[in-house]
Design a protein around this ligand. Structure first.
Ligand code: T4K
Length: 412
């Protein structure tokens, strides 16, 4: 990707006192968030909502859910897409439908839902360290964690960058394990030219409001396995295979027609959302090109990416200011930067208490959770605001030790 040039290298602050953390005026009048929803065409959405109300078919596999499932299956290139109320329930159902039991290997560097979906069903999430180059499961660390109780691996395509899919597949085959992918971040992304959604035994997408493609709340399981798809369909509808006929233990994982209407509308603007995210990414790339202390995560330009996360790895030793101090100063300026996935699932309950020593085998995860910062992007952020965020970051970092000292005095 050719970096585009930033409009200004202008100074957004001319002294420490001007930082909002020390009483100055915030750079932005309103908060800029990570995860502000992208909204498609309002008229189209309103027309669909009106139709739903007219037809009085609100949920339970209605017209819009069926259409969304079909469109997603076509887009991803899989045989089956089963829309769900959210990705957490979709993960729980996929885990159960795959027959996972005992122990399942997962990264700790993920949203806690990945681990909880297992533990919720009394399956132990066995946390594995990551490859620092990709932030995804390190295949070289997986086999040492396999025991007779291990039934599967859940890989997470963090930031939409694909896991080491071939290596995971080989390990699974050698050890007779199932592979499920948490593709919550990876809608519209590809691996070796093939869309994410068709790998492993099944993949799970999240369409939560904070994802670049949203259905308010929502998610989906995609798979090419007919039998598995059938089981998942039954399980997400209480196990009903017909009127009064229950074939499995099931739950309620259904997506509503409102969510599907939003999904269809979002799908119509998908390319625009990705274009905006990519343009934002390029602007951050240009704006932060010479900032060695804050390295912008890269994407493989030969693949399809959704560019929904602007991820920095921040080197606090080099900058002379702590990552959390930087986040605090940014928040005061109304740049609501986020740590991800701090402090790692293994440091959250119940995993922290159940397995207090897990951190010892996760040195790279523990390092990464102290370095990551995500920045605002999406259709809600303007180009000028991104240049200003870059200038602000550069200014703070170039005054790192001073800002650190001033913050220390403030809290002393
Ligand atoms: N696996 C992975 C790898 C995931 O990342 C996730 C979800 C899942 C599984 C489970 O998927 P779901 O069951 O949710 O479908 C968010 C989301 O709740 C969650 O979906 C997401 N990952 C996770 C990474 O982030 P928070 O705690 O960041 O949400 P919150 O409420 O702080 O919102 C973030 C920002 O977005 C806010 O500062 C404001 C803005 N926002 C948020 C909402 C909900 C809006 O502007 N409008 C909104 O409607 O969790």
């Amino acid at each position: 990707m050719t970096p585009i040039s930033t409009s200004s290298a202008g100074t957004v602050k001319s002294g420490i006192d001007e930082l909002a953390a020390f009483g100055g005026k915030p750079l932005f009048a309103e908060a800029l968030h990570v995860g502000r929803p992208n909204i498609g065409n309002r008229e189209t959405f309103a027309a669909r909502m009106s139709d739903i109300l007219d037809r009085k078919w609100l949920t339970n596999g209605g017209k819009y859910v069926q259409e969304l499932e079909q469109r997603i299956a076509e887009f991803v290139g899989v045989k089956h897409c089963i829309a769900m109320c959210n990705a957490t329930v979709a993960l729980e159902i996929a885990i159960r439908a795959l027959g996972l039991t005992g122990e399942v290997i997962v990264p700790s560097f993920t949203f806690v839902a990945t681990a909880h979906a297992l533990q919720w069903q009394q399956i132990v999430p066995v946390f594995c360290d990551i490859d620092p180059a990709t932030h995804n499961l390190d295949p070289r660390r997986i086999e040492e964690l396999i025991t007779p109780q291990t039934s599967g691996i859940i890989g997470v395509h963090v930031w939409g960058r694909a896991c080491h899919i071939e290596a995971l597949g080989e390990i699974a085959e050698r050890n007779n394990l199932r592979v499920l992918y948490d593709a919550a971040h990876a809608f519209a992304c590809s691996h070796k030219g093939a869309m994410i959604g068709g790998f492993g035994d099944a993949e799970v997408f999240s369409f939560h409001a904070t994802k670049f493609f949203n259905t308010f709340e929502g998610g989906a399981v995609t798979t090419n396995n007919d039998e598995l798809a059938n089981r998942i369909r039954l399980m997400k509808n209480f196990g009903f295979s017909g009127y009064d006929q229950v074939t499995y233990i099931g739950t309620n994982g259904k997506m509503s027609e409102c969510s599907a209407a939003m999904g269809l509308t979002s799908l119509e603007s998908l390319e625009e959302f990705i274009r905006t995210n990519r343009r934002n990414y390029q602007l951050y790339q240009a704006g932060l090109a010479d900032v060695a202390e804050a390295r912008l995560m890269s994407f493989d330009e030969d693949e399809k990416n959704n560019y929904q996360y602007i991820v920095l790895e921040f080197d606090e030793d080099r900058a002379g200011i702590k990552r959390d101090e930087l986040v605090k100063v940014l928040h005061a300026e109304n740049v609501i930067a986020r740590r991800y996935f701090y402090p790692g699932c293994h440091q959250m309950e119940p995993y922290r208490s159940n397995y207090p020593d897990t951190g010892q085998r996760l040195p790279l995860t523990e390092r990464l959770v102290d370095r990551v910062i995500t920045l605002p992007t999406g259709t809600a952020v303007k180009l000028r605001q991104i240049s200003d965020i870059c200038d602000l970051l550069k200014w703070i970092i170039s005054h790192g030790p001073e800002v650190h000292e001033s913050l220390s005095r403030l809290t002393a």
